[in-house]
Ligand binder design. Structure first.
Ligand SMILES: Nc1nc2c(c(=O)[nH]1)N[C@H]1C(S)=C(S)[C@@H](COP(=O)(O)O)O[C@H]1N2
Ligand SMILES: [Mo]
Length: 391
């Protein structure tokens, strides 16, 4: 029998990380930009969450029509830029994990609380960025509701971030107000010169964040499309507008192409029904409005069709009423949506029948789709068959 040699596992100590690049002078600078990105991402995330709520005690505005396009574009761009910033920041502070806990119950407790809040912050940030990136590449490998979970974790993370900034404020201020080469806030054992200078590391970090931004922004900013390797769906699709869910994926093709298609508008018992040709015979309006997907891409189109308010007037729907928009889709979370009263009453809100002068493509919502200004893409219901208001 061969006796296994006993192996000793050596837990590293912070002295095992001697690079002077791992300094609070670097951490604070990267952290400041990470904080700015996180704040913009949080604020635009709150806007997006509110815009998707069914009930909006303060009505979400319908103007400017491109508002959601900008806020959601910023959300995805700042989120993506945060990935390299977070990685570099974690790299610079990583050795601190191996600092031996202090003696004495009080100091141990304080250190425990501080590390606990950092653990929450790091776990929250990693979750938000990873789930957000997966979502923007249309990959949903989880069972929970993305929106509810991402929203809840965002609040926890922003809380932990505020605690973290408050605790570190003296170091942050000291480090930011002195030169990046200053060693006041360095660990005593971090003295070995790095492969880069500190300025070199910072410059590389900004470039990495810039590349991440350019690679994402093309989903929203047309001139950047060519460089946007992450903007998977930019620019393709009929009339230059990407397709989110195809008619085949939504299993609506037979119903959408059937000669039996009818569109109806109902207010209580009052109801009117139309074929697509009858809709085309009504007064047609044209509006240029963007589709801005929550996943970050957006594109502007010129839509023609019947004004939703004109349709509601046919059955006497009072102004300000919320409208249920029903699609031909038999299942799926976006089968039906609520069109809030102020959106239903806006003159630019259409039941679109055409895009860029051509009949709507099946994948863009043929025979008819909703298009409203400043509305999250996910609520721009395709394959619409009914507008309904309860009396
Ligand atoms: N019925 C129905 N409408 C829908 C969807 C859907 O899954 N089902 N997806 C929505 C989403 S998430 C977006 S971003 C837009 C995209 O519209 P497009 O595919 O015409 O670009 O359609 C919306 N309308
Ligand atoms: Mo979307």
């Amino acid at each position: 029998m061969v006796r296994r040699a006993r192996r000793t596992v050596k837990v590293p100590t912070e002295a095992d990380f001697p690079s002077r690049l791992r300094s609070a002078a670097v951490t604070a600078r990267v952290g400041m930009w990470l904080g700015i990105c996180f704040t913009i991402c949080f604020a635009t995330g709150l806007i997006s969450h509110y815009a998707q709520n069914h009930s909006q005690p303060i009505p979400f505005p319908t103007s400017p029509s491109w508002g959601y396009r900008v806020t959601q574009g910023l959300h995805i761009i700042t989120g993506t830029a945060s990935v390299p910033l977070l990685l570099v920041k974690l790299w610079t502070v990583y050795p601190r994990l191996f600092v031996r806990p202090p003696k004495g119950a009080r100091r141990l407790l304080l250190t425990g609380l501080e590390r606990g809040s950092i653990a929450v912050l790091v776990a929250g940030a990693v979750f938000l960025l990873a789930s957000g990136l997966a979502n923007s590449s249309q990959w949903y490998p989880w069972a929970f509701s993305f929106r509810a979970t991402h929203y809840a974790v965002a609040w926890i993370t922003i809380g932990a971030l505020l605690v973290h900034i408050a605790v570190k404020l003296p170091i942050i201020r000291g480090a930011l107000s002195s030169d990046v080469e200053d060693t006041t806030y360095d660990r005593p054992t971090a003295t070995r010169p790095g492969v880069l200078s500190r300025r070199g590391l910072l410059r590389t970090t900004w470039v990495a964040a810039g590349v991440a931004v350019l690679a994402t922004a093309g989903s929203t900013v047309p001139i950047l499309r060519k460089v946007s390797v992450f903007g998977v769906r930019s620019g393709d699709g009929p009339a230059g507008i990407p397709i989110n869910k195809s008619a085949a994926a939504a299993k609506v093709a037979p119903a959408a192409l059937s000669g039996d298609y009818r569109f109806s508008v109902a207010y209580g018992e009052e109801e009117r029904s139309f074929s697509r040709d009858e809709l085309l015979a009504m007064e047609q309006r044209t509006e240029t409005l963007p589709i801005a997907c929550v996943e970050g891409w957006s594109a502007s189109g010129t839509w023609s069709g019947v004004r939703v308010r004109d349709l509601l007037d046919l059955v006497g729907v009072p102004s300000g009423s919320d409208v249920l928009v029903v699609s031909l889709q038999e299942s799926g979370p976006y089968r039906e949506t609520i069109l809030q009263g102020n959106f239903a009453d806006d003159d630019r809100t259409l039941l679109a029948l055409a895009l860029e002068g051509e009949p709507l493509a099946l994948d863009h919502g043929y025979p008819a789709r909703l298009i409203a200004p400043n509305r999250p893409g996910v609520l721009q219901t395709k394959w619409v068959t009914r507008l309904e208001v309860s009396a």
